[in-house]
Design a binder for this molecule. Structure first.
Ligand SMILES: [Mg+2]
Length: 191
């Protein structure tokens, strides 16, 4: 039975997504994981990359729109006593901007500054511990492979939110939905 749902932010609860191609061009990082680069760079390079990242994130946060059905879904889940988590690789500042903009509340919100980042299972394990839940009773929802792998390696159920086309790695997720409200059917049908 699902007792907790953890959501990715960008591209899952909110749209549009960050223009990663433009950001990567400015950073000079065309391949590899941006957050990994950031965390392993020397002090000066880290500051340069962080400035670019924060600028793109803040612009995306200010311009963010909620996905259709996001607010209703969160309210329905909360009314059912389901724990709500937000797990994002974004900065704490951009998360605060989005939550304030839409007046959203979560039982816990973890950013890249709070926990090892996705695809690590660690942030999901941490929320499960905090909530006193088995990871199997948690559903991780996201639009990117890191979301699915983070949830899956923690032992949670996973749901892929499909934005435009179904990605080739979609089979790694337990479920795939095209609309957020479809998640309610999944949650109801799970034993
Ligand atoms: Mg995302």
């Amino acid at each position: 039975m699902i007792r907790g749902v953890i959501f990715d932010m960008d591209g899952t609860l909110t749209a549009p997504r960050i223009d990663f191609q433009a950001m990567r061009r400015e950073m000079g990082i065309m391949a590899g994981d941006i957050v990994d680069h950031l965390k392993s760079a020397d002090e000066q390079e880290r500051r340069r990359l962080e400035e670019i990242l924060h600028r793109f994130e803040e612009e995306a946060a200010v311009n963010a729109e909620l996905q259709t059905g996001a607010r209703e879904l969160l309210e329905t889940l909360r009314a059912r006593g389901i724990k709500l988590g937000l797990l994002t690789r974004n900065s704490r500042k951009s998360v605060a901007t989005v939550l304030a903009k839409f007046g959203l509340r979560f039982d816990a919100a973890l950013t890249r500054e709070d926990a090892p980042h996705k695809p690590s299972p660690e942030p999901v394990l941490r929320l499960a511990r905090e909530w006193g839940l088995a990871t199997a009773d948690i559903l991780m929802v996201g639009d990117y492979i890191h979301d699915i792998r983070s949830g899956r390696s923690a032992g949670s159920k996973t749901a892929l939110f499909v934005n435009d086309r179904v990605p080739e790695w979609a089979h790694e997720a337990d479920y795939a939905v095209h609309r957020l409200e479809e998640l309610l059917n999944i949650i109801e049908e799970l034993p």
